[in-house]
Design a protein around this ligand. Structure first.
Ligand code: ADP
Ligand code: ZN
Length: 217
């Protein structure tokens, strides 16, 4: 059983690294942002509650987020472990989490703010299949269209200059302290998030003494 929390500022590649880690180790990738985006897309009751905060780049209510994470982990579909992405993001959530769960390590992807703006504003998502693009590194063959399904490439609703400024300021004010709390209790592995995806994944696995991926990505 392997249990990890992955943390990092917006655009640090948390989701990408979590997926790479989870896929061949049979871990479940649990992304709070993805769960909320799913609710917004399918117009659920939770979707209606979180939409305004998400669009503005603000954190969703703690009690709701804690129950979402609690219910998700209570499914126990993670017999080989999980990579939790996007939680905890403030002191209260960290206390909630640490009282109930323990993890093998916290993976911290480190990226300077200047690089965050450049990356996040170039981020695109396929409206059809959800594949990620980045107009800097991963350009589609045909502008504005998904290589896999031909769907339209759109920006995430919260990837605007204004929402990003809010998220970045919140991150440093609220989420930086979480890392300090974790440092007192868990192993925290800090990895430079600037190199290529595959190199970052190799570094993470080196630090965690995990087998390397069989094929390069
Ligand atoms: P990012 O890391 O770029 O902010 P995420 O996909 O992790 O993107 O989260 C998107 C949005 O979902 C956040 O801006 C916030 O509104 C909501 N959210 C995600 N995780 C949490 C959390 N732990 N607590 C409150 N809101 C959250
Ligand atoms: Zn697509």
């Amino acid at each position: 059983m392997r249990k990890y929390v992955i943390m990092g500022v917006q655009g640090s590649g948390k989701g990408t690294q979590a997926k790479l880690l989870a896929s061949d180790l049979d871990l479940v990738h649990i992304s709070v942002g993805d769960i909320y985006r799913w609710h917004v897309q399918y117009h659920t009751k939770i979707g209606a509650q979180v939409r305004r905060a998400m669009t503005a780049g603000e954190l969703v209510d703690d009690a709701l987020t804690e129950s979402v994470v609690h219910d998700r982990l209570a499914l126990h579909d993670w017999s080989y472990g999980f990579v939790l992405d996007g939680f905890p993001r403030n002191r209260r959530q960290a206390e909630f989490f640490m009282e109930r769960y323990d993890v093998d390590a916290v993976i911290h992807l480190d990226l300077p703010d200047s690089e965050v703006r450049r990356r996040v504003l170039a981020r695109r998502l396929c409206a059809g299949c959800g594949l990620d693009y980045n107009l800097i590194e991963h350009r589609p063959a045909k502008e504005g269209r998904c290589d896999a399904c031909g769907g339209e490439l759109v920006s995430r609703e919260d990837d605007t200059e204004e929402a990003l400024a809010v998220r970045l300021a919140d991150y440093h004010r609220l989420t930086d302290p979480v890392l300090e709390l974790f440092r007192a209790k868990e192993q925290v592995v800090t990895v430079d998030a600037r190199p290529a995806k595959a190199a970052i994944q190799r570094t993470i696995r080196d630090h965690l003494n995990l087998p390397q991926r069989r094929r390069a990505t």
